[in-house]
Design a protein. Sequence first.
Length: 207
Amino acid sequence: MNKDNVIVIGIAGGTGSGKSTMIRKIKQKFSDEITILSHDFYYKRHDDITFEDRKKLNYDHPDAFDTDLMIEHIKQLKKWKSIRRPVYDFTIHNRIDKTVLVRPSKVVVVEGILIFENRELTDLFDIKVFIDTDADVRIIRRILRDVRERGRTLESVINQYLTTVKMMHEQFVEPSKKYADIIVPEGGYNVVALEMLNERINALINR
């Protein structure tokens, strides 16, 4: 298949904005017909420092990600080639040795808080969607997610938000909204926007 037949959709937005909910609902509808890739998979490896020191790193700064590897992987998928994407374990704040085989498809959906911050990465997206959600809603969702799914304490999540997350959102995430083609309030909770995006993806798959 020619690489021009592969459409890449970028879905960005702040932490807890509703990106994961939107991705999950899109995945439920299209199953294996689309490929999902998260920027979170590409957090850098830090075998050289202790767990306690890894907990102190700023994971909401662009430098926390191996974005060059993600760019290369997306280029491979656009050429209809499979990749082996990394696996990141949030409970130990580090990448592990395991990789996951990701096969190409007509539609590749990429999500992450900072995917519109890097211009080279942004240029790979044919459709750019930014999820825009109030800060108070986002922090509540982040607390629930990190405590339930990532083994964090309530105190650590709140401290991380106040010391790095809020600042990084204002410095990097919010300004990247200007690169979006579509701005969606509330992400996956916005039924009308979700249905419109699903219709677009369905048309791309069946064209």
